[in-house]
Design a protein around this ligand. Structure first.
Ligand SMILES: Cc1ncc(COP(=O)(O)O)c(C=O)c1O
Length: 372
């Protein structure tokens, strides 16, 4: 008889955003016509220099990748304004860094604090390692962290505390003051998740000099346009970084991922333009969605917007299903703890994609109102 561990038996599987391939084959749609606004990727695609560099390096796939990634580490350090000894790279994106953080700091029975609604992967990956989630509160109406709920949850068993800024899925920022307040209230490692910081114009790098328990998590999957290459990184004090390297799978960052990451970081124009265009598109999408009388829209500093759809009389699942039938993928947030079944998250697309989405959404909501 197959007998997995108790934790695995009880584990709720992680619900990822839906892919273009899955939707095209399940709904008989042309994959080229599908608009994907579900996973917060860069809608303008990868840097052309990354694509060029990948083509040039294809022959290298018969060899193991570098285990020592000094050059990429130097580039990431210079992009982030830290020294190379502050950097760890992950080969399954920032998600791998989360797994390595757990393996480095968690003993079974230890606790981690996670404000909800928040990014669900923290809980998924750490409960597998025997850690216990303790929920704090993200105040959705004001789109801010309830910092007291975090501080109240701290106890001697707390090993990791997650502060996601901008927060996924709500898009709100955590103030510097609140981050400092948490850092000063604990010896646990405070993971400030800045996966979307480029869209917000703010970051918390300077706090690394002062707080040895700060860990900043980042990714190449968002504005850097490499979600499919699975590259993440963490920034912290050299002692934490050294312990984490003991645990990290040695060859998890593939040669091609390294090549694509290096080329992207050197393509400053691509990064600047992508950021500007996405921010412009986000403001357009926010304004357009705010005009719907039956939607409640939350201001965002990231590349997605959280929308409360209950007044349309659709659940999030029904509305996402209608959109999918028309070739548009959004994120149904029903699986996010701390939200009920009436929330969707819409990633910012190109302006043309936003316009098409708004047009189809209007038609779907109008038809529902007409029928009832
Ligand atoms: C807040 C947040 N952190 C981390 C990640 C993980 O990113 P990746 O594993 O693609 O690098 C994501 C991905 O969506 C995210 O939204």
């Amino acid at each position: 008889m197959i007998n997995p561990s108790k934790v695995v038996k009880k584990l709720d599987p992680y619900v990822p955003g839906r892919s273009i391939e899955e939707i095209a084959s399940n709904y008989g749609l042309d994959s080229k016509k599908i608009i994907k606004l579900g996973s917060n990727e860069n809608p303008f695609g990868p840097s052309p220099s990354a694509v060029e560099a990948l083509k040039k390096n294809l022959q290298q796939i018969s060899q193991y990748p570098e285990s020592n990634l000094n050059n990429l580490i130097k580039d990431v350090a210079s992009y982030s304004g830290v020294s190379p000894s502050n950097v760890i790279l992950g080969g399954d994106g920032a998600d791998e860094i989360l797994d390595v953080l757990g393996k480095t700091f968690i003993e079974p029975g230890d606790e981690f604090i996670v404000p909800i609604p928040g990014y669900m992967y923290y809980e998924y990956t750490l409960t597998i390692q025997g850690a216990v989630p303790v929920y704090a509160n993200w105040d959705v109406p004001s789109n801010t962290l309830d910092v007291n709920s975090v501080i109240k949850a701290i106890n001697p068993k707390t090993k990791l505390i997650f502060l996601c800024t901008p927060n996924n899925p709500t898009g709100g920022l955590i103030s510097r003051e609140d981050i400092i307040n948490v850092l000063e209230s604990t010896n646990a490692v405070v993971v400030v998740d800045e996966a979307y910081y480029e869209f917000s114009g703010v970051n918390n790098i300077d706090l690394l000099n002062e707080y040895k328990n700060l860990f900043i998590l980042r990714t190449f999957s968002k504005v850097l346009g490499l979600a499919g290459m699975r590259i993440g990184y963490g920034l912290s004090n050299p002692e934490i970084i050294k312990y984490m390297y003991r645990v990290k799978p040695v060859f998890s960052l593939t040669k091609l991922s390294e090549v694509a990451a290096t080329a992207t970081l050197h393509d400053k124009d691509y990064i600047k333009k992508s950021t500007e265009l996405i921010v412009e598109s986000r403001e357009f999408l926010f304004k357009s969605l705010s005009k719907f009388k039956n939607l409640k829209v939350y201001e965002s500093k990231a590349n997605y917007i959280l929308v409360d759809v209950r007044e349309t009389r659709f659940t999030a699942q029904e509305l996402s299903e209608r959109l999918i039938q028309k070739g548009i993928i959004v994120r149904d947030c029903t699986s996010f703890k701390g939200l009920d079944e009436y929330w969707i998250r819409v990633s910012v697309g190109t302006l043309d994609e936003d316009i098409e989405f708004i047009k189809i959404l209007k038609e779907i909501i109008f038809m529902k109102i007409k029928k009832s």
